[in-house]
Design a protein. Structure first.
Length: 502
């Protein structure tokens, strides 16, 4: 049997507002003792009233605008009723019928992944179950943290795309500076709904997967406890295989929630799925409906910045970066900004040399991205730092590139200089002179060294003349050694060829 894989994502992200969603408690509880960031409101004491956080609402709208959603000018909060120890009020304030944002899409390399909705709600507390103890612990510091939930249409077809979606979404949350979205910290939590349907027996219409003819749709399974991007891909792949096997053996699948177990690399049954009716949603009576004016939406829209997908396209068009390089550079806004600053310095420089950016951009952008991605990343990784920590100004980085570009230094000297710049933030030209790394480029000087090397290696010269031209590499190596690595290797090769062929 041939199946289509049908995946929809639900992603929760905690907003990094100063205060919680409906009270004034500090929303940053990292490192705080349990239950110290709480008040009667987020503990759900009788008689308290929620007061919505304006910043959280504006950020939700901002995110919706960034993802091309329709912003519902009339919106409201609803109560989602269920009992769980980490939910002090016995209900969660969420949005059911009218979320702040509807529709929209997220672009991944030209493929638009349709979004159903983005709504705002409050997070729950956290329970821990100490091993070997007959009690559980509860920490309500997280209760009431603003939480945005994004739901996609069931339009994702591969585990890889599910992972890419989560990665791009995290980048967007960070670009907009509204969430740290750290998956390991639980600040971003990805859930995948997966079902397998026989090819040709289903269609996607009005946001729903529908059967064709008398085909009975296979139920979807919701995957939880996914703590990394790698786990998104692994969990989906595992679940697809599990469902395939179950279907092949005639086992009837049920709609259920399964948890990903990182150690065993398997998904395990948690519970059979509740439906929205189980939650007895009703409008939150303590918060009046919200109305946005067109003007308010425009004011929020004015704060929208260029997001990674658009930036990637622009980096390719404007700077001539290849797609892989552009993807790496835009993955982090600080890195993208740094790269752009370096490139604009190079652009001014090449113009000051009487050339044009258009003519030299491929060469210069490639050079800069090579040094940024391979060389600079090596230092960042070795020092466990990010681009935010570096001492090298974009101006100095660009200057190093111009030294390489003009053949004033060779690549091994450039790496040495970059190491010094990384440690001290120095100016590359100063380092070049201090360490005597300027490339030997003078033809007469190089010819003299080449002649002495040739005289000292008559066997290799004879081999070359007998047709074994690859011994030239050995001779270049000797010249590089003689000049302590400072000779221009390209030029040395040319000179050796010229002398031996004459
Ligand atoms: Zn509170």
């Amino acid at each position: 049997m041939e199946y289509d894989i049908i995946i929809g994502m639900e992603i929760h992200a905690e907003l990094k507002t100063k205060s919680k969603m409906f009270c004034r408690c500090d929303n940053n509880a990292r490192g705080a003792d349990p239950n110290t960031k709480t008040c009667p409101i987020c503990l759900g004491h009788p008689g308290t009233l929620p007061y919505p956080n304006q910043q959280a609402i504006e950020w939700t709208v901002l995110l919706g605008l960034g993802l091309h959603c329709h912003i519902n000018e009339f919106s409201k909060f609803d109560r989602k009723n269920y009992f769980y120890p980490d939910l002090p009020k016995g209900y969660q304030i969420s949005q059911f019928e009218i979320p702040f944002c509807s529709g929209g899409w997220l672009d991944i390399d030209g493929e638009k992944i349709a979004i159903t909705r983005i709504h705002l709600e409050e997070d729950t507390g956290k329970s821990t179950h100490p091993a070997g103890k007959n009690y559980s612990l509860i920490d309500l510091n997280r209760a009431g943290t603003p939480l945005i939930e994004l739901v996609t249409e069931p339009v994702i077809r591969t585990a890889e795309m599910a992972k890419k979606f989560c990665q791009r979404y995290q980048q967007i949350l960070r670009y907009l500076d509204i969430s740290n979205a750290d998956m390991e910290q639980g600040e971003m939590r990805c859930e995948a709904n997966i079902s397998l349907q026989e090819k040709g027996k289903w269609l996607y219409e009005d946001g729903l997967i529908k059967p064709v003819g008398d085909y009975k749709l296979n139920p979807k399974v919701e995957l939880k406890n996914i703590n990394s991007f790698r786990a998104v891909e692994k969990a989906v792949l595992y679940e697809v295989e599990r469902q395939k096997k179950a279907l092949a053996s005639g086992e009837e699948l049920r709609q259920e929630t399964r948890g990903w177990n990182e150690e065993s690399g398997k998904t395990v049954h948690q519970r059979f799925k509740e439906t929205s009716a189980d939650y007895r949603y009703f409008p939150e009576p303590d918060i009046p409906p919200l109305k946005f004016s067109g003007q308010m939406i425009l004011e929020i829209k004015a704060k929208l910045i260029e997001l990674p997908s658009e930036k990637k396209i622009r980096f390719i068009d404007e700077y001539g970066f290849d797609a892989i390089t552009a993807e790496i550079l835009v993955s982090d806004k600080a890195l993208a900004d740094y790269a752009e600053h370096v490139v604009s310095e190079l652009e001014s420089w090449i113009v000051s040399c009487g050339d044009t950016w258009e003519r030299q951009k491929n060469k210069l952008a490639k050079l800069a991205s090579n040094y940024l991605i391979s060389e600079l990343f090596k230092h960042l990784k070795a020092n466990n730092q990010t681009i935010r920590d570096i001492k090298i100004s974009a101006e100095n980085f660009a200057e190093l590139m111009t030294l390489v570009y003009q053949d004033k230094i060779n690549s091994s000297a450039a790496q040495t200089i970059l190491g010094v710049m990384y440690a001290k933030g120095s100016d590359p030209t100063d380092v070049m002179y201090e360490l005597g790394l300027e490339q030997m480029d003078d033809t007469a000087v190089l010819e003299a060294v080449v002649n002495s090397v040739l005289a000292a290696n008559p066997d290799q010269v004879a081999q070359y003349k007998a047709g074994k031209t690859n011994v030239a590499q050995f001779l270049v190596g000797r010249v590089m050694a003689e000049t302590k690595g400072k000779a221009n290797p390209k030029k040395v090769q040319e000179i050796i060829g010229k002398i031996l062929k004459s």
